[in-house]
Design a protein around this ligand. Structure first.
Ligand code: NAD
Ligand code: DAU
Length: 336
């Protein structure tokens, strides 16, 4: 397969490229990425010289460049990870979320249509479903009810994908996964922020009462789900991905502190996120029964691996945390 992976320099995209190069060494992968603040080619340094891996610096809104790349490499499938992905940033700067996540997706689909691409896979999110109360699960049939500008841009993109399947018959799939964590996770997101701040004995900002629930999945389990959908997903179908690893933020933070032998006194409650979804939880029955997907890592195993990765890759995150990200952090959380 000749696979165009957009957003491959980000967290999940770079893990996916590693996963695919390991499991399909004769496939060709073209990583197409704009290298925004979240894109980092150091994530892929070890495979940079592999002849089956290519990097193209570009914007998914640029149809001419996409046309050229698809012809040049005779691309037959696209997996779209490229997005603005951080909910907090979408609250302060929503415009770029609409441009990249909605217009970028439509541009990719139009190119996929014109170039007769065999498969287009959209990596979406459970956030398109909005929030749950204390019971229940998101199914593929749950109505879309996004609450943040980020979630609304992803939901809009999903609708555009649907339209390209229904109208033009493009072979599309959408995956909607719960919260990922693991290596190369940018430290603006909860788990890497907590691990790296705790390692530096810095305060750990907890939004509101900390009782919001997220359903955590180790990134490699998500990559395996995308691989299955890419190869065996039924045209036009949506697949939810999640491993039933629900946890309240405050409990997760205390668990991480415990594993790092750091005191709970580092925890600092701060103002809540506006429109903060209370609970996410995925029902993965469809992908489990149709495609045989199961998570291979428990939350305990995944967290241990992740903590160990951040402890042994300090240089990777020190560089990020000392760069322009620091300005964002200070503006968002103050200087503590
Ligand atoms: P990320 O922010 O770490 O990476 C996004 C990547 O996209 C970066 O490399 C960035 O440079 C690139 N990018 C941004 N705008 C671009 C553009 N216009 N053109 C080309 N490249 C561009 O994101 P992530 O956490 O790895 O998420 C990847 C995808 O998975 C996103 O679509 C996100 O919505 C989805 N998702 C994420 C999670 C999660 O927990 N992180 C869960 C479910 C779904
Ligand atoms: O559910 C999938 C989504 O998960 C993805 O679509 C998004 O791209 C990804 O960023 C993630 O969104 P969340 O908003 O759930 O993740 P985040 O790590 O930002 O926050 C997780 C929870 O922790 C959420 O309830 C907010 C809270 N939080 C977050 C930060 C950054 C805090 O309490 N303090 C913090 O400093």
């Amino acid at each position: 397969m000749k696979l165009l992976v957009t957003g491959g320099a980000g967290f999940i995209g770079s893990n996916f490229i590693h996963y695919m190069m390991k499991n399909y060494p004769s496939d060709t992968i073209i990583n197409f990425d704009l290298l925004t603040y979240a894109g980092n080619l150091e994530n892929l340094e070890d495979i940079r010289k592999n002849p089956n891996y290519h990097f193209v610096h570009g914007n998914i809104c640029n149809d001419e460049l996409l046309d050229y790349v698809i012809d040049q490499f005779a691309v037959d499938a696209i997996v779209n990870f490229a997005a603005e992905s951080h909910v907090d940033r979408s609250i302060t700067e929503p415009g770029v979320f609409i441009k990249t996540n909605v217009l970028g997706t439509q541009t990719l689909l139009e190119v996929a249509k014109n170039k007769h691409i065999h498969k287009y896979l959209q990596v979406s999110t459970d956030e398109v479903y909005g929030t749950l109360g204390s019971t229940g699960y998101f199914k593929e049939t749950t109505p879309l009810a996004p609450n943040s500008p980020y979630a609304s841009s992803k939901a809009s993109a999903d609708l555009v994908v649907r339209a390209y399947y229904e109208t033009y018959g493009i072979n599309t799939n959408i995956t909607r996964c719960s919260n990922n964590y693991g290596p190369y996770h940018f430290p603006e997101k909860l788990i890497p922020l907590i691990i790296t701040n705790a390692l530096e004995n810095k305060k750990l900002p907890v939004y509101g009462d900390g009782k919001n629930v997220r359903d955590w999945l180790y990134v490699e389990d998500h990559c395996r789900a995308i691989d299955l959908v890419l190869h065996r997903g039924k045209p036009g179908e949506v697949y939810n991905v999640g491993g039933h690893h629900e946890m309240r933020n405050i409990d997760l933070i205390e668990l991480i502190l415990d594993k790092l032998h750091k005191p709970n006194s580092l925890i600092k409650h701060v103002s809540d996120r506006p429109g903060h979804d209370r609970r996410y939880a995925i029902d993965p029955t469809k992908i489990t029964t149709e495609l045989g997907w199961h998570p291979q890592f428990t939350l305990e195993q995944g967290l241990n691996k992740t903590i160990q990765w951040y402890q042994t890759h300090m240089e990777w995150w020190h560089k990020i945390k000392s760069g322009s990200y620091m300005d964002y952090y200070k503006k968002h959380y103050g200087s503590s």
